[in-house]
Design a protein around this ligand. Sequence first.
Ligand SMILES: [Fe+2]
Length: 192
Amino acid sequence: MATAAQEESEHKSFTRMQDGQPEDWMVIAAEHQAHYQEDAPKRIIEHLKSLDELTLGFGCSQLQHSLMTATLARNAGASDEEIVAALCHDIGKTMSVPNHGAIAAEILKPYVSEDIAEAIRYHQDFQGAYYYNYLGRSTTMREDHKDKSWYEFACKLVDEWDAEAFDPDFEVDSLESFEPEITRVFSQPKMM
Ligand SMILES: [Fe+2]
């Protein structure tokens, strides 16, 4: 069924990709830029809000945890990309807990340095130092990444910001206060 946006559009696009014409792709590319890329910061903020519904047994919601992680990063003088990575590091938990690091890394990857994206991808292995022993897993998994260029950043992210950030009473900076950093980081992908 056609969506309202499709019905409004003058352009009739193909029904099979095999039949696509140059003008179809001009319209599709423009729509992606206008409605996808330009709305990216807004979409990230909306998705972060849904973390408020997840507690997962911790002492505070995943939104409070994410805001506290980002607030600690901001207070430590982190860069925009680092603050946004701290804010979004658990964004994937609304879809999958086991794979949440990889989901967040892939969301961030076009917009941040490769080192930051990789630190986010593997951040749970670094956190494992604090609890994997309770789950029958090795607590030294971060050692597998010792030679990586992002190792030091991952240690800082996890030890100084993420692992510290489960206090429901900590006065976090609001989600709205992070809008400027989110907008700057998600305004243009470094890669398409
Ligand atoms: Fe976290």
